[in-house]
Design a protein around this ligand. Structure first.
Ligand SMILES: [Zn+2]
Length: 288
């Protein structure tokens, strides 16, 4: 039985931060909320909301390497760091509300994938931001030939070591992946990446022309975001450094060579179950 891991409390200082510009327009944003040492800003040209100043890459890597990173969120202790699970506790966790939600999303997202493709599972599927590998493991069981990329060492080690998945630990651009994926999934990932335009362009280079992209992300035009302001629970300025709306995300995707073809916002849809401030998007490559 391993002891619970408590991450050290982190206080970020201005020295940990850097100022960035809008990834679409290359201009500074205007301050919306001062959350020193961070700022929530909006691009005066395109309306994209982002964090500036934000954590420097080294500080961000320290955050994701922290073994406690996943434990406070939806993963809520559902998987133990390092994969040291004993049988009894992993059986109990199946009924953990956070794990039930994870399973609902996974099943709903695999079903959505089949619906948008109009055929049964099969082919090459890449998940970017694979976490502990729960979705990828289910996709593999459904019949997909799976690959993953994950920045957190703890997550990637669980996915490869315990689940035997093919998961590269690092940034998408550095992953040794061949092109021609039938499906690329990115669940709650694009809001974390240093440059979302770069991210979707790399994704475009990996997805087949007749492939499909499925993703989820919080959205800043959601009711909770608009009503709660700085108290919006998903604001998290250290980690969530880009905040999209369906409109700004469609612009971003178009610039990277994708058309946003579907947006699921209902918290009643299994792929987005219980999420009032997040959406699931479907995008397809624009023919070159
Ligand atoms: Zn802009």
């Amino acid at each position: 039985m391993s002891a619970p891991v408590t991450p050290p409390p982190v206080t970020w200082t201005p020295e940990d931060t850097e100022v960035v510009e809008c990834c679409l327009c290359g201009i500074p944003g205007r301050l919306v909320h001062d959350l020193a040492p961070f700022g929530v800003v909006r691009c005066p040209s395109c309306g994209l909301v982002f964090i500036s100043p934000r954590l420097r890459p080294e500080a961000l890597q320290r955050l994701y390497d922290d073994v406690g990173y996943f434990e406070g969120g939806v993963y809520g202790g559902g998987v133990e760091a390092g994969g040291a699970e004993d049988g009894a506790s992993s059986r109990d966790r199946r009924f953990d509300p956070a794990m039930l939600l994870q399973r609902t999303w996974t099943a709903g997202r695999l079903a959505l994938l089949d619906r948008v493709r109009g055929r049964s599972p099969g082919g090459r599927l890449l998940e970017v931001g694979a976490g502990y590998g729960l979705f990828l493991d289910a996709a593999r069981r459904a019949g997909w030939d799976t690959s993953g990329v994950e920045l957190s060492r703890t997550g990637a080690e669980h996915a490869t070591g315990t689940l035997g998945l093919d998961v590269f630990c690092g940034q998408l651009a550095d992953a040794p992946l061949g092109p021609g994926f039938d499906v690329l999934c990115a669940w709650d990932t694009v809001e974390h990446v240093p440059d979302p335009l770069d991210f979707w362009r790399t994704a475009r280079s990996l997805v087949a022309d007749d492939g499909v992209v499925l993703f989820s992300t919080p959205y800043v035009s959601s009711l909770p975001a608009r009503l709660l302001g700085t108290r919006w629970w998903t604001l998290k300025p250290a980690e969530h450094i880009w905040h999209f709306t369906p409109r700004t995300h469609a612009m971003l995707l178009a610039r990277a060579g994708f058309a946003l073809t579907r947006v699921v916002r209902s918290p009643l849809a299994p792929s987005n179950a219980g999420r009032l401030d997040s959406l699931v998007g479907v995008a397809r490559p624009i023919p070159r």
